[in-house]
Design a protein around this ligand. Structure first.
Ligand SMILES: *Cc1c(COP(=O)(O)O)cnc(C)c1O
Length: 401
């Protein structure tokens, strides 16, 4: 007798572990890795019927692979989306969501504070195809209102944003966007699928870099696009199938294993982040701290209405500019200097000379990034060890050279 399948509508923490499981007739406990590019048919007739679409059979891993589909089903159930497609990287996910939807003559409105490569796609790549954009300061609803008073095909935004952790009033922006017929695409990497639910707040499409918290241990790259079944089937899937940014089944498996501990990791990282943000805020060498759940955040009320915790990143600005920031980085003995985020290891980056070097000083000033600004991705180490390391950095930063 075969056991009954799991009940539908499982809660998120259960979905993280069991959602979408495709168990083979070998009765394995852990998900199988289907490290295969192709599939075989029982007969020429079955191959023909598969290509006609009259029977369902795996065809080719660029179109679909059982391990990858396992992950797609898990993420769709977690996000409350009708459908999900995985991509090789987070950038492939953003690129596919935009290019699958847009055509020459379309207009895009985007928040100015975007991940660097997202900014490049919108400001540099899209205009080559006759698609032009308006950037707005994401926290300023008046700018959104103004920009969304003319026809718009797509809105792209990131909230909280990198690195200043500004928020966008997503329900308000989505309502404005829908009035002019725009598809609302939200990059939800910083909030993770556990802390914020953009589809419930008016977004049409959510994109992720699974490289960050979902893998969570700094091993593989991956991306995901989630949306309605109709949009995924009719708009996204033909683009993915024919352009080929497919996720490796092995990487899909690593991300599946990562998801099993996502809740434990994100909750622990958020609690450490809040502790460290409060510690930094109290220190005289620190000019300002940005953390969505600190009372000093200019949008703390919005943050509390959109998110269930403040996230795993803390951004702070040191008095003493670049020199102080560099002394801080170089005095650390535990926290690594790295531009990645969402890792079990705490990572620190100086945006002005790394991730936000290319955008130039004027754009950095507009985003509120100064020479003394540092972005900390809080990991899973003991919070007291992390605080001791930050104290080492602060002591060095406060030294007069
Ligand atoms: C990392 C990141 C991306 C890009 O993801 P990759 O997996 O590195 O391609 C996009 N958006 C945000 C907010 C990110 O942090």
């Amino acid at each position: 007798m075969r056991r009954q399948p799991p009940p539908p509508h499982l809660r998120p923490d259960t979905v993280l572990i069991r959602g979408g499981t495709i168990r083979t007739d070998q009765d394995e406990t852990s998900e199988a890795v289907f490290l295969t590019s192709g599939f075989v048919y029982d007969s020429a007739e079955q191959a023909e019927a598969t290509f006609l679409g009259t029977t369902s059979h795996w065809v080719y891993s660029r179109f679909g692979n059982p391990t990858v589909v396992n992950l797609e089903r898990r993420l769709a159930a977690l996000e409350g989306a009708e459908a999900c497609r995985m991509t090789a990287t987070g950038m492939a996910a953003v690129h596919a969501a935009l290019l699958a939807h847009l055509k020459t003559g379309d207009r895009v409105v985007a928040s100015r504070a975007l991940f660097g490569s997202c900014h490049w796609i919108i400001s540099t790549l899209l205009p080559r195809y006759g698609i032009f954009s308006t950037f707005v300061d994401g926290h300023d609803l008046d700018q959104w209102r103004q920009a969304l008073s003319s026809p718009t095909a797509l809105v792209l935004l990131e909230t909280p944003s990198n690195p200043m952790l500004d928020l966008v009033d997503l329900p308000a922006v989505a309502a404005l966007a829908h009035q002019v017929g725009a598809l609302v695409v939200v990059d939800n990497v910083f909030a993770t699928p556990l802390l914020q639910h953009p589809l419930r707040q008016g977004a049409d499409v959510v994109v992720y870099s699974c490289t960050k918290h979902m893998d969570g241990q700094g091993r593989v790259l991956g991306g995901a696009v989630l949306g309605s079944q109709k949009w995924v089937d009719e708009t996204l899937q033909p683009f993915l199938r024919n352009t080929g940014p497919a996720l490796s089944p092995f990487n899909a498996w690593v991300i599946l294993k990562g998801l099993e501990t996502l809740r434990l990791r994100v909750d622990a990282m958020c609690s450490r982040a809040l502790t460290l943000a409060s510690f930094l805020e109290a220190h005289p060498a620190v000019e300002a701290v940005r953390y969505p759940f600190l009372d000093s955040h200019p949008q703390v009320a919005l943050a509390r209405s959109l998110m269930s915790a403040g996230g795993t990143l803390v951004t702070f600005t040191l008095r003493g500019g670049k020199e102080a920031a560099f002394r801080f980085c170089n005095a650390l003995r535990l926290i690594d200097i790295s531009n990645n985020l969402g890792d079990a290891r705490s990572l620190l980056t100086h945006p002005a000379t790394t991730t936000h070097l290319r955008i130039g000083p004027e754009e950095r000033a507009r985003l509120g990034i100064s020479e003394g600004t540092l972005r900390l991705s809080v990991g899973l180490e003991d919070v007291d060890d992390l605080r001791d390391d930050l104290a080492r950095g602060l002591e060095a930063a406060g030294d007069t050279p």
